[in-house]
Design a protein around this ligand. Structure first.
Ligand code: SAM
Length: 230
């Protein structure tokens, strides 16, 4: 059974290889969509390992329900390794962390606001063990444009940009428990400067209705570039 999903074949393989090689106990992803992209591929790789569990967070109720049914139908043999979690990552991750002490592999592919991946990273990073891995999607778009420069400045992460799609996949491997004070300062100062970009300030300051009206008046290409960075 083929389920609808995102990520191209190369990105799906990169995630599956990470699970095959890392043999994680705990995998957490944000943004399952309908399940046919990251979710089913991470889950199949865990099943092939014969160990590990995947938690998939999804914020849209109707998508969440369809995704759960899709995964159950497409991979009944692996379903006991999967826990779907309904809600927004910002609310759900702190609750999840009350019951779990580590996340060996993390995949961030949720909302379009670039601060969300930063928030998810900040919440989860202390619980990713040294040797653990993090992937984030849409590095080339607005959604993922802050996490890459932020993590690249932290000296306790080894990072790599997989330029294999229109959206881009970012990768980090944790190599020390904490960043040095200097590298953390550099990362935070870069984030501060990125938040001051005019398009981001407009996204914070202007009411949604005004932003929508302005974007509607612009040519389609420019409007997409401003709203999601395409
Ligand atoms: C780009 S899609 C994910 C694609 C999926 N990873 C795949 O490979 O097919 C983003 C998904 O994240 C969900 N989402 C958006 N914001 C979220 C958040 N804060 N927490 C959890 N899910 C979120 C959306 O409803 C949507 O289904």
């Amino acid at each position: 059974m083929e389920i609808e999903g995102q990520l191209n074949a190369t990105e799906r393989k990169i995630l599956m290889d990470a699970v095959a090689n890392g043999r994680p106990e705990t995998v957490l992803e944000v943004g399952t969509y309908l399940g046919g992209g990251s979710t089913i591929h991470l889950l199949k790789a865990l099943h092939a390992n014969g160990k590990g569990h995947l938690w998939g967070i999804e914020a849209d109720k109707s998508i969440y329900e369809r995704m759960t049914a899709n995964i159950k139908a497409a991979a009944p043999e692996a379903y006991d390794r999967f826990t779907p979690v309904f809600g927004f990552s910002q609310n759900v991750i702190p609750e999840w962390l009350k019951e779990h002490t580590r996340a060996d592999i993390v995949f961030l592919d949720g909302g379009n606001n670039p601060m969300e991946q930063i928030t998810e990273f900040e919440l989860l990073a202390p619980f990713i063990p040294v040797g653990g891995e993090l992937f984030s999607h849409d590095v080339k778009l607005r959604k993922g444009k802050w996490l890459r420069p932020y993590m690249e400045r932290l000296d306790n992460w080894e990072t790599k940009f997989h330029d294999v799609s229109d959206e881009g996949l970012f990768y980090g491997k944790k190599i020390a428990p904490e960043p040095s004070a200097a590298s953390l300062k550099a990362a935070r100062s870069k984030l501060f400067r990125m938040k001051l970009e005019p398009s981001e300030l407009a996204a914070i300051i202007l009411p949604h209705s005004v932003r929508a009206a302005v974007l509607k008046m612009l040519p389609r290409g420019l409007s997409r570039r401003l709203s999601d960075g395409r």
